[in-house]
Design a protein around this ligand. Structure first.
Ligand SMILES: Cc1ncc(COP(=O)(O)O)c(C=O)c1O
Length: 389
């Protein structure tokens, strides 16, 4: 079959968007949830509903252990990082508050903040440097200027792979009486994340990217004592159906509606998988991303965004060619070589603006679980041929 008829890519290099394939334990857990855990968790006292509740409890515990969260009830299942970011921002910020935010944010943060700005929340943007890094001193200056309710920053960039110093930013926020809110979509899985050690107040994570879980599930950590206004009200498994108020207890307060049991159980299996394999996987990804980065720099006319080789990054490598458009490159990579990569603005116009690629976009490669050296070599050969023809 020719590459242009193939739905399954020869080389999947779009892990920045979502991970694929999934580890077998994740697939097995989803199948088990669909075949054996069909009851509605928290909504019945019969055996299959109780089994579903137990499986969700265990998945939450596995995720909490992976992420260094002491009380798993502080870890809320959400439909993804976008939902987690919306809850942490809209739930904790009020008209009159001031927010200091980095300029590399994804639309999962930028759009809720734009909404909040229309409600009277002041947004002060701290510009990252050309490698995408936010300088903590710039954040400190911005926070010192005026009373600030929150510092908001991503853990890693989905455009440049830049890793932000979120632990240092949390210290700065706290010294000035602010809270620290983090978009960790590109962090978990690709980085070893210990939320307690980072000292942040809220951390939203994607379940389906570096965490290797199914799509449609993510996590939000809310520090004990940090109350967020509920964004979605409805039924929960916590009892108290006679009341029109949401229960006070976590996690039920923030998880109205029937849970995504297959997604959550799959995510729990992914957390277990990462607890065992994560360190080796991170080393492999770093090596493959470095080879890709150095290889692209060796092809005439390419510029790679983000930190230079040798500086740690999450395994995302985005490039711009001086002559050939990124959309064209991604199109030919797919149609001729069967390589899945993403061009355009990657839902991150602020980040592209920061690094000077808003007008042209970039072609992005995301390395992850299942990526091999052969995939990297194929991508480099293809890029060379595309820009030489
Ligand atoms: C930095 C960043 N934040 C948030 C998101 C949204 O994550 P999700 O797909 O889990 O909603 C993404 C997804 O691309 C991302 O890269």
């Amino acid at each position: 079959m020719s590459a242009d008829k193939r739905a399954v890519p020869v080389a999947y290099l779009d892990h920045g968007a979502t991970s694929w394939p999934k580890p077998q334990p994740v697939i097995d857990a989803v199948v088990r949830a669909l075949t054996e855990l069909g009851g509605n968790p928290g909504r019945g006292a019969y055996a299959m509903a109780l089994d579903a509740s137990r499986a969700i409890f265990e998945a939450r515990r596995a995720c909490a252990q992976l992420l260094g969260v002491a009380d798993s009830r502080d870890l809320l299942f959400q439909s993804g990082c976008t939902a987690g970011c919306n809850l942490m921002l809209k739930g904790t910020l009020k008209p009159g508050d001031r927010v200091v935010v980095g300029s590399m944010e994804h639309n999962a943060v930028a759009r809720p903040l734009a909404h909040l700005a229309r409600l009277g929340i002041e947004i002060a943007v701290v510009k990252a440097d050309r490698t995408g890094l936010i300088d903590p001193d710039d954040v400190e200056r911005a926070v010192r200027q005026e009373p600030t309710r929150a510092v908001v920053c991503q853990h890693a960039s989905n455009l440049t792979g830049t890793i932000q110093l979120v632990g240092d930013l949390a210290d700065i926020a706290h010294e000035h009486g602010a809270i620290m809110l983090v978009d960790g979509a590109q962090g978990v899985g690709h980085l070893e994340v210990d939320i307690a050690a980072l000292g942040v107040d809220a951390y939203a994570a994607s379940g389906h990217k570096g965490m290797l879980g199914p799509q449609g599930v993510g996590l939000l950590y809310l520090a004990p004592g940090l109350e967020a206004d509920v964004q979605i009200e409805g039924g929960t498994g916590a009892g108290g159906s006679e009341s029109l108020e949401m229960p006070a207890e976590r996690p039920d307060r923030y998880e109205a509606g029937t849970a995504n049991t297959p997604g959550i159980v799959g995510l729990g299996a992914a957390a277990g998988f990462l607890a065992g394999e994560g360190a080796a996987q991170r080393d492999l990804e770093a090596d493959l991303a470095r080879r890709l980065h150095e290889g692209i720099l060796g092809i005439e006319g390419f510029r790679v965004l983000g930190p230079p080789p040798g500086v740690p990054r999450v395994p995302i490598v985005s490039a711009v060619h001086e002559r050939v458009d990124g959309d064209r490159i991604a199109f030919v990579l797919d149609r001729t070589y069967g390589i899945a990569a993403r061009a355009g603005l990657h839902c991150a116009p602020w980040a592209h603006d920061t690094v000077g690629t808003f007008e042209c976009g970039a072609v992005r490669f995301g390395v992850g679980w299942g990526t091999t050296g052969a995939h990297i070599e194929l991508a480099l050969r293809a890029l060379h041929e595309i820009v030489s023809s």
